[in-house]
Design a protein around this ligand. Structure first.
Ligand code: 2AM
Length: 169
């Protein structure tokens, strides 16, 4: 199954991210990520054999991050898949440390795919027709996070959907 580790926004923040996604969609087109799918990816594992999932879940349940507050204050784009996102204008040491620690744990379990660069972001649009973010409303949000979620990704006709597999403590 196709798996990834992520932070899920609290409900109030999810709604505010959804409103930003609506603004971005009106201007840039493409596929708006549904509110229930909004997340911050910490580690993308790709296809994982079913036989390896139990060990992954046990490891995750043993993790209890101290948590932090991530400030989102900028728009960004990834050109190739037409992604429009929101994220932080400055690096967030707590998120960087979390991502590094997670990859250390994942690699100890035999998983590969640690990226060379981590750009924390929340994808709001995919396959945008126009990557014109200059005139979009200002972003000023705070995300208080603690628990991590292991999610399974399915591809439906209108885009990906996610299902919770496990959460950290
Ligand atoms: P995203 O955070 O930019 O949307 C589940 O598919 C999540 O993992 C997506 O949200 C996506 O990033 C990320 N993802 C998907 N395919 C990926 C890949 N090949 N490499 C790294 N991350 C990927």
């Amino acid at each position: 199954m196709r798996l990834f580790l992520a932070l899920e926004p609290p409900d109030a923040l999810r709604a505010r991210l959804g409103a930003l996604a609506d603004s971005a969609h009106a201007r840039c087109g493409g596929r708006r990520v549904p509110d229930e799918s909004l997340h911050l990816t910490l580690a993308f594992l790709g296809e994982v054999e079913t036989s390896r999932v139990e060990a992954l879940v046990e490891w995750l349940q043993g993790e209890s991050p101290a948590g932090g507050e991530w400030r989102l204050d900028r728009w960004g784009t990834f050109r190739r898949p037409g992604i429009v996102w929101v994220g932080g204008g400055t690096p967030d040491p707590a998120l960087d440390a979390l991502q590094a620690r997670l990859w250390n744990g994942l690699e100890a379990l035999g998983h590969g795919g640690r990226p060379t660069r981590f750009v924390p972001h929340v994808t709001l649009l995919r396959r945008a027709a126009r990557l014109s973010i200059e005139a979009l409303p200002p972003v000023n949000l705070a995300w208080r996070w603690r628990r991590l979620t292991l999610l399974r990704s399915f591809t439906l006709q209108d885009g990906p959907r996610y299902e919770v597999v496990a959460r950290s403590s």
